[in-house]
Write a protein that binds this ligand. Structure first.
Ligand code: IFM
Length: 452
């Protein structure tokens, strides 16, 4: 009943969601800077222009992470901050910011885990076709080389892409996320293929640029499916549902996992998408399937699945009043157990939970504190299920709570608060929530506090 001795306890955030400094020191615009200016695209017209002003307040933020005993911090680099037009001449001031941040973390005894791409795609490259352009893989490789060379002496943990499901599907098919497009489906699969090629090229580039050994992973979203009962047929039904293709979209798991871990697209999707599948040139699948060291997975909500007569399965609706987050996502702690288990069974990679957390309607109370019992309860339940997976033999190396601090929740603006630390966006004041102290105790006891 214990987490392994070297288990990594972390928190996570991403550049556009917290940094602000949208035009500071030569930063170029990203597709999110563009989308935020489009009327109606983001809740109440919010933007990431200032966000938590982490660009200027990073030292204070690192001090807070240290105070709560956080062992590792997952950050992302803003591509247009370091390469304002996406390629070509680097912006020294932007690179210097990540130097300072990484140095401050190391100085505080916190291991930086760096994601290369968490959705802030350079606007200039979007005008050159974005992910639809086959050259995007080379643009991304050059960016990866730049960052690997600059930070690789100090950063040993990398992730290439965060949740391609979301920026490709919501950004290019549904138009809800940047760049806000509603493309034909064959174009969406092309964009997806190129971003997967970019992942492969980035793995190669990071390995080549890194001065010593490093660990490289990938952080897709998950759409957890949990069995409605412990009956073997329901467990198998949930497994099949988890890996299945169910619609003409790319918000699935297998489309993003099979190429990376098995060098092929899933057969069911390939057959179903028909003429809309991407053109795969010789060498593409080998490139996409560059060996990675860990499988990062982001876990939030989930569906309950049961087997039906005749070998099918169906989703079991939640009963009325089932607990939900402020985002209205159902709370399904078993998602942690089944997702990590199904992913490990199939791909046999060490797993890191690169995101997990809850949005709630937190505010500073009269007593000056932020009381967020639902976050504590949510995290405790999910972590107990993670421990159950570890006990069951799944090699899980770490857990990153999303998020370190309240931040810009994409199309939802600042409405959703996911942080362990409350941010007053008008003043920038940081107030640790009750959950931050609770999580500190979980970290300090290597998970034993979960049983109190
Ligand atoms: O805030 C996002 C994050 O950027 C990607 N994963 C899900 C989080 C919560 O929606």
């Amino acid at each position: 009943m214990t987490f392994p001795k070297n288990f990594v306890w972390g928190t996570a955030a991403a550049s556009y969601q917290i940094e602000g400094g949208a035009t500071a020191d030569g930063k170029g615009p990203s597709v999110w800077d563009m989308l935020c200016r489009k009327e109606g695209a983001v809740y109440e017209g919010h933007t990431g222009d200032v966000a938590c002003d982490h660009y200027h307040r990073y030292a204070e933020d690192v001090a807070i992470l240290k105070r709560f005993g956080v062992q590792a911090y997952r950050l992302s680099v803003s591509w247009p901050r370091v390469l304002p037009t996406g390629t070509g001449t680097a912006n020294e001031a932007g690179l210097a910011f990540y130097d300072r941040l990484v140095d401050a973390l190391l100085e505080a005894g916190i291991t930086p885990w760096v994601t290369l791409f968490h959705w802030d795609f350079p606007l200039e490259l979007y005008y050159r076709g974005g992910w639809l352009n086959r050259d995007s893989a080379e643009w991304f490789a050059d960016y990866a080389t730049l960052i690997g060379r600059r930070l690789g002496d100090r950063v040993k943990h990398w992730m290439t892409l965060n949740e391609p499901q979301v920026y490709i599907n919501s950004g290019h098919l549904e138009g809800r996320h940047a760049p806000g497009d509603r493309l034909a489906f064959h174009e969406v699969t092309r964009a997806g293929h190129n971003t997967l090629r970019a992942h492969g090229r980035a793995v190669q580039a990071l390995r080549a640029a890194s001065p010593g050994p490093c660990r490289i992973g990938y952080a897709p979203a998950s759409h957890p499916k949990v069995p409605a009962s412990n009956k073997p047929e329901d467990i198998d039904a949930a497994r099949r549902a988890f890996f299945a293709t169910t619609g003409r979209h790319l918000a699935t798991m297998s489309w993003w996992l099979e190429p990376v871990f098995k060098a092929k697209y899933p057969e069911d999707a390939w057959a179903y998408f028909g003429r809309d599948v991407p053109q795969v040139l010789p060498g593409d699948m080998e490139l996409i399937a560059q060996p990675v060291d860990f499988f990062g997975v982001n876990i939030y909500a989930g569906d309950r699945i049961r087997a039906t007569a005749g070998g099918g399965y169906e989703t079991v609706p939640f009963p009325p009043g089932h607990p939900r987050t402020a985002f209205n996502w159902p709370i399904v702690p078993e998602a942690m157990y089944w997702t990590t288990r199904y992913c490990h069974e199939r791909y046999q990679k060490p797993i890191v939970v690169t995101e997990n957390g809850i949005s709630s309607t937190d505010s500073v109370a009269l007593d000056g504190h932020v009381h967020d019992p639902t976050r504590i309860d949510f995290t405790q339940r999910y972590l107990l299920q993670l421990e159950r997976a570890i006990d069951g033999g799944v090699p899980i190396e770490g857990y990153f709570h999303w998020s370190f601090i309240d931040n810009f929740e994409w199309a939802e603006g600042y409405k959703q608060r996911f942080g362990l630390i409350h941010c007053d966006y008008a003043t920038g004041t940081r107030t640790p929530k009750d959950s931050a102290a609770w999580y500190a105790e979980v970290i300090r006891t290597n998970g034993a506090a979960l049983h109190k």
